[in-house]
Design a protein around this ligand. Structure first.
Ligand code: BG6
Ligand code: MG
Length: 220
């Protein structure tokens, strides 16, 4: 039985994944670099500095540590500007209802996000009280696909890994959940979640039968 569900934030609860992409695209425009669509998916779940490195590599450019710090900072400033526009319309449809349904059934809810802005997003939307525990980019030293963010979440919730499920839109996040020994739910339209080893693919919340999910009959 599942006793806790840990949700990723960007792309699973809120469409802030699109704002992250916008921030990186703007940085690329500043620099005269390309920002191909497939790179956008590769940045899901990946920390700010590692995201920048992926973009640098895909453009075949190098930068000093100081230049990288400045560019990562600039992207974050863009991102924070976009966050000011975030309201309920940016919530992934059905996410809050799903969390409320799970809570009603006594399931503990965690947040497991690589983002250092995660709590700002939750507070801005007034949904922080839906989460019993939140682990964010400020709490971790290793990025997804490392399991740290979810392992720590499970520990804080007091639930053993095999009784935790993780909702993730990122390939790196599904890999992290699997590495943590948790049930991995690949959420949304990202390519490659299946190949990454997701135990269950959930295209959207309308698809999800919560009772069947908690009973464990949706995956083998
Ligand atoms: C993840 C996003 O949730 O957080 C990534 O999927 C993002 O795209 C990462 O780079 C880090 O976010 P932040 O807010 O710390 O730059
Ligand atoms: Mg995500």
């Amino acid at each position: 039985t599942i006793e806790a569900v840990i949700f990723d934030l960007d792309g699973v609860v809120v469409y802030t994944d699109e704002y992250h992409s916008r921030g990186w695209r703007r940085l690329c425009d500043d620099q005269g670099w390309r920002f191909p669509e497939e790179v956008s998916d590769q940045l899901r779940g990946v920390s700010r500095m590692e995201s920048l490195q992926i973009i640098l590599d895909s453009n075949g450019v190098s930068a000093t540590g100081e230049e990288k710090e400045e560019m990562a900072h600039r992207k974050n400033e863009y991102y924070k500007t976009y966050l000011q526009e975030v309201d309920e319309s940016a919530l992934v449809p059905g996410a809050v209802d799903c969390i409320r349904e799970l809570r009603r059934r006594g399931v503990l809810i965690g947040l497991g996000s690589a983002s250092k802005n995660a709590l700002t997003v939750l507070r801005g939307l007034g949904i922080e009280e839906l989460f019993d525990q939140a682990v964010t980019g400020l709490d971790i030293t290793r990025s997804k696909p490392d399991p740290q963010v979810f392992t720590l979440g499970g520990q804080r919730l007091g639930v053993s890994p095999e009784r935790c499920a993780v909702f993730e839109d990122a390939v790196s996040g599904v890999e992290a959940a699997n590495a943590a020994g948790m049930i991995s739910v690949g959420f949304g339209p990202t390519q490659g979640l299946d190949q990454a080893g997701a135990d269950l693919l959930v295209p959207d919340y309308a698809w999800l039968d919560i009772d069947a999910f908690l009973a464990g009959t949706l995956w083998s």
